[in-house]
Design a protein around this ligand. Structure first.
Ligand SMILES: Cc1cc2nc3c(=O)[nH]c(=O)nc-3n(C[C@H](O)[C@H](O)[C@H](O)COP(=O)(O)OP(=O)(O)OC[C@H]3O[C@@H](n4cnc5c(N)ncnc54)[C@H](O)[C@@H]3O)c2cc1C
Length: 462
């Protein structure tokens, strides 16, 4: 029987679902899958993006873990495609590859002053508070007044973590350094800015409502933002999600405020213009233009310019994928160009796109960084369907045996982690948490993660 030796690069939800769907699919060949990830632990943004105070969503890890624990997928963690292994390596050992490398970087916001000290991307901050090993362990939380630009769920995550009292995060899996950093934060006011009106936001009702439940934090909304036009009224009447968001915001308008030590302000109809310098190269203020509804669901500038003092600013205007060596990349969209998951490459002579045989994409790197974890499942189904149907066009590897991959990694001195390694780390983190009455405390430094996973000396001392 034919055997498909498949490499999947990226052990986030998209990669794990793709493996699971392929193994369960009806097919006329055997399958053996190796899952590679640059990080020593699997689960991608579920571990390193989803906010720590969202345990229900973090719990999706349990479902992903069940797939891995079945034992029919090999994992190689701490192996980075493009550095530790290349496309040529994969061609030598596999019949095909699925890239599921997601997106970890911030999209740009091109306004003057965005490069000042004290200006950050949401993705960097998320990586810090979620204990990503490749980001600095210290985060400068010195600002009393902070701006967050964006009206999606990531903007709400960032604002909530900034405004929330650190002690209320202690029940979560946040690493010790994150708790210590947030505990010292002098923040009093977090201002969230959106270009459009309350009926055009991208966040979801559940995430919005949660803000109103924060202890000792007043929700501040401004009456001037609720002078709806016909398009906004139609949106409230015609869309259940907008209806609920409008209801929640209007409830906050009626609330008594003034007692809390922290405030979270939602400013709508505010177009970012400039981050202002405090005179020392550091963020000192934020300048924006008031917008107004254009009657068709969009907004136009009114020419009215406003400024507020801030000492830090976070842009939460979207994530962006990163290019992979040897793999086509759409620089505008930050994705691997593809047709339903089949990767496309441009013919240099004709300029026409054609299928790059043996190479597939799924998840955020296929579709762009929008959508929930559940969406990566339907993505994976589509990609896997094509992979199965393309049987006649797979690569023919020189060394298809499973051991030759292990030999290659060993010869290169790569300290890879495997499924047992993940179990070791998982148990270790849970034990760290248990000692303090918490479910888990994340280990952050990469070397320590690898030591604990592989059971080496340093881990025993940790
Ligand atoms: C801040 C934030 C909060 C979110 N909250 C929620 C939520 O509450 N609910 C929800 O449903 N969704 C949420 N999402 C969306 C969800 O995280 C994504 O839909 C999902 O993670 C995308 O899956 P993916 O597998 O495509 O990418 P990822 O989860 O990013 O996984 C990609 C994997 O590829 C690996 N990788 C990347 N480059 C390489 C390389 N060169 N070599 C080897 N491996 C590599 C990465 O290490 C990573 O493990 C959130 C997203 C963000 C950013």
């Amino acid at each position: 029987m034919t055997k498909l030796r498949l490499a999947i690069v990226g052990a986030g939800p998209a990669g794990i679902y793709a493996a699971d769907i392929l193994l369960k699919a009806e097919k006329s060949f055997d399958v053996s899958i190796d899952l590679f990830d640059a990080l020593p632990a699997p689960y991608g943004l579920v571990r390193y993006g989803v906010a720590p105070d969202h345990p229900r969503i973090k719990g999706i890890i349990n479902a992903l873990r069940e797939v891995l624990d079945r034992g029919d997928i090999r994992i190689f963690g701490n192996v980075k495609f493009g550095e530790d292994i290349t496309l040529e390596d994969l061609k030598r050992h596999y019949n095909a590859v699925i890239f599921a490398t997601g997106a970890v970087k911030d999209a740009d916001l091109s306004i003057p002053g965005i490069e000042l000290e004290g200006s950050y991307g949401a993705a960097e901050f998320v990586s810090w508070f979620d204990g990503h090993p490749d980001f600095p362990r210290e985060w400068p939380l010195e600002a009393r007044e902070v701006a967050v630009i964006g009206n999606g769920n990531v903007a709400l995550d960032v604002s909530r973590i900034l405004a929330k009292h650190a002690d209320d995060l202690l029940v979560t899996e946040i690493p010790d350094n994150v708790y210590a950093g947030l505990k010292e934060s002098p923040v009093t006011d977090v201002h969230v800015f959106g270009r459009r009106g309350p009926t055009s936001v991208k966040f979801t009702p559940l995430e919005l409502r949660e803000l109103g439940e924060l202890r000792d934090v007043d929700m501040i909304v401004y009456d001037e933002d609720f002078d709806y036009d016909d398009a906004a009224r139609a949106a409230v009447a015609g869309n259940k999600q907008v209806f609920v968001i409008d209801k929640v915001l209007n409830q906050w308008r009626q609330r008594e405020v003034g007692q809390a030590s922290r405030r979270l302000h939602l400013h709508f109809f505010a177009k970012p213009l400039e981050v202002l310098d405090d005179g020392n190269g550091h963020v000192g203020g934020f300048r924006f233009e008031r917008t107004a509804p254009d009657g068709e669901g969009g907004v136009v500038g009114t020419g009215e310019i406003r400024e507020i003092p801030i000492q830090a600013i976070y842009r939460a205007v979207g994530y962006f994928g990163s290019p992979l060596p040897g793999v086509p990349f759409d620089k505008k969209r930050g994705v691997i160009p593809n047709r339903e998951g089949q990767v496309l490459v441009k013919d240099p002579d004709t300029g026409h796109s054609q299928q790059m045989y043996g190479v597939y994409a799924t998840g955020w790197i296929k579709r762009g960084p929008v959508g929930l974890i559940g969406h990566t499942k339907s993505d994976a189904m589509e990609t896997v369907r094509h992979l199965i149907n393309d049987l006649g066009n797979w690569w023919t590897p020189e060394q298809p045996d499973e051991e030759s991959v292990v030999k290659m990694l060993d010869e290169r001195g790569i300290r890879y982690t495997d499924l047992d390694g993940w179990h070791n780390l998982d148990e270790h983190e849970k034990a760290l948490g248990e000692a303090q009455g918490r479910t888990r405390i994340k280990v952050v430094p990469r070397e320590e993660m690898v030591d604990i996973s592989t059971g080496t000396e340093a881990a025993a001392q940790a």
